[in-house]
Write a protein that binds this ligand. Structure first.
Ligand SMILES: CC(C)(COP(=O)(O)OP(=O)(O)OC[C@H]1O[C@@H](n2cnc3c(N)ncnc32)[C@H](O)[C@@H]1OP(=O)(O)O)[C@@H](O)C(=O)NCCC(=O)NCCS
Length: 177
């Protein structure tokens, strides 16, 4: 279902679940993203992901995969959340998320809105815990998560080797009460 979100600068975006027909737009988005930031795991020149597998992931009932579309139909932001071990009697209520937005759209409220959408979905699924990873130098990301009620569980040392340097990552989580 389409939803409209108005950014702080007045631009309107369409937010909806990612579908098979969006595959090319997703690949273009990831390609752009990879050239703008080292805070996700997308890297420049990354081979295109297998189409069938990508589409299967968009449509899994244990995932929510939202895209934010500008008026010209291009994707400018995405968020996804996936139950880690669906149906597991002990850990089946835990889910991991990832979020990415193009630079031109930073700081306009989209990240906050998308985080609220995954939390809403997680609560409807009766999930207990949402978790993720964030590079320790990603101040904007860390601020966003802390503002949304996430806590830092701990630091993983030297997880990613980027441009000649090792980068640490925080593990973050929010318990849904
Ligand atoms: C991190 C990211 C998702 C944040 O989304 P966003 O749309 O820019 O965030 P919002 O505009 O909703 O701002 C949310 C909060 O982030 C923080 N923030 C925003 N701009 C900031 C800045 N320049 N410096 C530090 N914190 C900042 C603020 O706490 C802000 O809340 P406030 O506006 O109520 O004060 C987005 O910038 C992004 O995709 N970055 C590149 C990829 C990435 O880092 N992904 C996350 C990997 S873990």
């Amino acid at each position: 279902m389409n939803e409209f979100f108005t950014l702080k600068n007045g631009e309107k975006l369409i937010i909806r679940e990612t579908q098979a027909k969006d595959y090319e737009a997703v690949m273009l988005f990831l390609d752009r993203l990879s050239k703008e930031t080292v805070f996700t795991n997308q890297y420049p020149g990354q081979p295109y992901r297998d189409k069938e597998n990508s589409i299967r992931i968009y449509e899994l009932p244990t995932n929510l995969f939202l895209s934010a579309f500008a008026e010209n139909g291009e994707i400018v932001g995405q968020i996804s959340i996936a139950i880690n071990k669906p149906g597991h009697p002990w850990t089946g209520r835990n889910a991991s998320f990832g979020i990415s937005i193009l630079k031109a759209y930073y700081g306009l409220g989209l990240g906050t809105y998308l985080m609220q959408k995954i939390e809403e979905w997680a609560r409807k699924q009766n999930l207990h815990r949402i978790e993720g990873l964030v590079r320790s130098t990603n101040k904007r990301g860390i601020n966003l998560y802390l503002k949304q009620g996430f806590e830092i569980d701990g630091l993983f040392h030297e997880v990613a080797f980027i441009n000649g340097e090792w980068h640490d990552e925080y593990h973050i989580s929010k318990i849904l009460r």
